[in-house]
Design a protein around this ligand. Sequence first.
Ligand code: F0G
Length: 458
Amino acid sequence: MELPFAESYKIKMVEAIRKSTREEREKWLKEAYYNLFNLRSEYVYIDLLTDSGTGAMSDKQWSAMMLGDESYAGASSYLIMKDTIKKLFGFNDFLPTHQGRAAENVLFSVLVKEGDIVPGNTHFDTTKGHIEFRKATAVDCTIEDSFHPTKYHPFKGNFDLEKLENVLKSNPIEKIPVIIVTITCNSSGGQPVSMQNLKDVYSLAQKYGTKVFFDSARFAENAYFIKMREDGYQNKTIKEIVKEMYQYADGMTMSSKKDAIVNMGGFIGFRDRKLYEEASVYNIMFEGFVTYGGMSGRDMNALSQGLMESTEFEYLDTRIRQIAYLGERLKKFGIPLLEPFGGHGIFIDAKRFLPNIPKEEFIAQTLAVEIYLESGVRAVEIGTLLADRDPVTRENRYPAMELVRLAIPRRVYTNSHMDYVAAAIENVFERRDKITKGLKILQEAPIMRHFTVELDRA
Ligand code: F0G
């Protein structure tokens, strides 16, 4: 008999989780104003809100923490991180930050000015937030296929090179300080960008005289998809692929809470020493001295070890297969999903799931609420709430897709948990015709409203 697939780790420490009743959940959700971010985590049975900062660290990461050097300046933990970044990505200089959006804040303080244009492949919301906060414009240049939930494309995170070149050609280049390549592309479903596309984007940037930075939160998952799907990479290691990917970037911002498998942390990698020096000033102002920037020594140690582990094939294979396992189960039941399955979660196509809810009533949020009420599983809306209002007209922006993301934390849940999640969603699917009312907004913040919005039944 051929031996089946099994996880590439065993479990050494556990945390108890608790189920709840439907009545309890009704009450808690009402108190949370139908915003799942407002729920206490103890009210959640399986938490798929995010894969960010929710991973389980390894024994090697925990032991590296004990060796953390907490010196204010020049800590060995900083030097280990510098070495790791150089080895994996090829960048000589880096700045530690407390998380990904802090890296964006520091970098964009140098690069992005009012009136600028920042092309990208569906910028993540904090990235877009930091661009729009500076009265600059984020222009989405993702390929058209990316907006069709069932259309197969192996690299749905790719840039449409024609769209990108048009932006570069039709604007003064000094207004385009940087192109942001998000790997994998979170907002469009954890979809990867191919090596060829990374190469082509970089050569366009060079041709027109601008820079490329990778928003690298899930760079290792991106490398896994290159290995599995792109010709010529099958026999390369993940680390070799990562090294090649970063030849096509002038730098990177990193939310280490994802593919560095730590609970907090981030950094910026730089090819250009001068840019590093300019950014250092902001890092000192916003984050901390250049050799710790918002992180303790032990956290930098865990981060460096995490980067080495997340770029191992066995780890990635376990992770991506678990996501596909959940996806396949839901697909068999006829649940409309975004395909192919992405890197960090399964994305449900809420428009097809709940055709009776008008877009003004927040289709994806309505579905996320129903899944929680059914089962205590917490997912997250990637739809109209997240898309926010247009900064100029203040009108709601209705995105092409209304998605519910089931983000899978790293090394945390077993496939039995995945079975529970699938059954919960299948139950909601069976009663979908009875879900005819969505939600309305009671209160919202002027920017990044989805975190704090207060809602009620429409
Ligand atoms: N870039 C991408 C692609 C992200 O997915 C995130 C965070 C960030 C930047 C910001 O990093 O949270 O460390 O400040 N994404 C989380 C998520 C919040 O749930 O997808 P951060």
